[in-house]
Design a protein around this ligand. Structure first.
Ligand code: COA
Length: 163
């Protein structure tokens, strides 16, 4: 059975990420969305909320599960018996970082293979940081994120305003 891992910070999950997940779920028998703690990035949403938002957004995909991880990606892959790392490539500027990541992961774990998929072109200029900025400034992000993520963000922003 071919198991793929789709790792990311997902702060928060966007429609672009979901597009890659849906494509990956058609290619691999099992796809695990692996939510990295990414302490260095100081995420806006905590790890369990990021996992919950993704779980609600992928509930229509039977072979997709969501887990968090705090260790090295390649160690998490070994734990899960995964063969493939799935990543999305949007624009040329993604390439350099992705190449570095893929080659470093291969160095750490030579058996792992990274597969890149391109999202639908309507999502190539979308990023989590843009979604965060628009949402925090009171803008509507409903066309950029899945419905459960939008609902969560609206509650989050309202709670923040009340603080
Ligand atoms: N649609 C929309 N946005 C996308 C996207 C898509 N299809 N693909 C990537 N992005 C965006 C994200 O929204 C994010 O935007 P932001 O930086 O503006 O917030 C950016 O591209 C990259 O984020 P993401 O895909 O979440 O990846 P990442 O770079 O945060 O994740 C990890 C990197 C988690 C895979 C990597 O750090 C990792 O493996 N960490 C675990 C520890 C480890 O093993 N480290 C050694 C690695 S060699």
């Amino acid at each position: 059975m071919m198991i793929a891992i789709y790792p990311g910070t997902f702060d928060p999950l966007t429609n672009g990420h979901l597009d890659i997940i849906e494509r990956g779920s058609r290619m691999f028998e099992k796809l695990i969305v692996a939510v990295a703690e990414s302490k260095r990035k100081k995420p806006l949403f905590n790890l369990s909320d990021r996992v919950k938002m993704i779980e609600e957004s992928v509930s229509h995909l039977e072979n997709v599960s969501v887990e968090s991880f705090t260790n090295l990606l390649v160690d998490f892959m070994k734990e899960k018996n995964a063969d493939v790392i799935l990543r999305g490539l949007r624009v040329v500027s993604d390439f350099e970082y992705e190449l570095q990541l893929a080659l470093m992961n291969r160095k750490l774990y030579p058996e792992c293979e990274t597969v890149f998929l391109m999202p639908n072109k309507k999502y190539i200029f979308l990023s989590s940081s843009m979604v965060r900025e628009i949402a925090l400034l009171g803008g509507d992000v409903s066309c950029f994120v899945p419905k459960p993520v939008n609902e969560f963000i609206k509650r989050f922003v309202n709670d923040k305003r009340r603080d």
